[in-house]
Design a protein. Structure first.
Length: 202
């Protein structure tokens, strides 16, 4: 019910937003009612923006909701683990805004959420953060976001920032934070933070 139709130049055309003139100003409305067989029936409802946040490591799929006209996708990679005397690197971050067509409703996008890198006392006992990715094809084109995991502390140095590609904005080290050093050579550095993939639909 999130999409309605109006006849334009003899052709039925789908619309997702509706407006009414109130006191001389066009104001958006959330629903349209029609009297059918003597009863008022809701025949159209505006799309309600929704945000889907995935923050559990692993892969999955995201369905394009019916009625959506745009999505902003944010991929944050996992942070790298720290040693006792060096910090882990932050994961990368990608952001992409995509126009959604009616033909996209119900389509699936694949995603993966990068895990945290484990901390340890020495570099040999640490690990890097996992990559966060989004892929698929919509009417606007193909999607291939890659936020690289932050690397673990190693070689007597802090871990490096994860790379980022495929977004409108790509920020190395802009994702999940890396682990922090403990400052005590008998205490492991902390693990990095888990990544995330966020779909904000409007």
């Amino acid at each position: 019910m999130s999409g309605g139709y109006v006849k334009v130049s003899g052709t039925w055309t789908k619309f997702n937003k509706a407006y009414r003139k109130v006191s001389g100003s066009w104001t958006s409305i959330n629903s349209i009612w029609d009297k059918i067989s003597g009863s008022w029936t809701k025949v159209w409802v505006a799309f309600i923006p929704v945000t889907n946040t995935h923050s559990t490591p692993g892969s999955g799929s995201q369905t394009v909701p019916t009625g959506a006209s745009q999505v902003v996708i944010t991929a944050n990679a996992g942070g790298g683990g720290a040693t006792w005397n060096h910090n882990g690197g932050n994961g990368g971050k990608c952001i992409k805004t995509i126009a959604i067509a009616q033909a996209d409703w119900g389509a699936s996008l694949s995603y993966a959420v990068g895990d945290q890198g484990g901390g340890g006392i020495t570099a040999a006992s640490t690990s890097s953060g996992g990559n966060s990715t989004v892929s698929g094809t919509l009417a606007a084109g193909s999607i291939s976001l890659l936020a690289g995991g932050g690397t673990h502390a190693s070689g007597g140095a802090d871990g490096g920032a994860g790379s980022a590609s495929g977004g409108d904005t790509n920020t190395a080290g802009g994702g999940a934070t890396g682990g922090s050093l403990s400052g005590d050579n008998t205490v492991p550095g902390s693990s990095g933070n888990i990544g995330s993939v966020i779909f904000a639909w409007t």
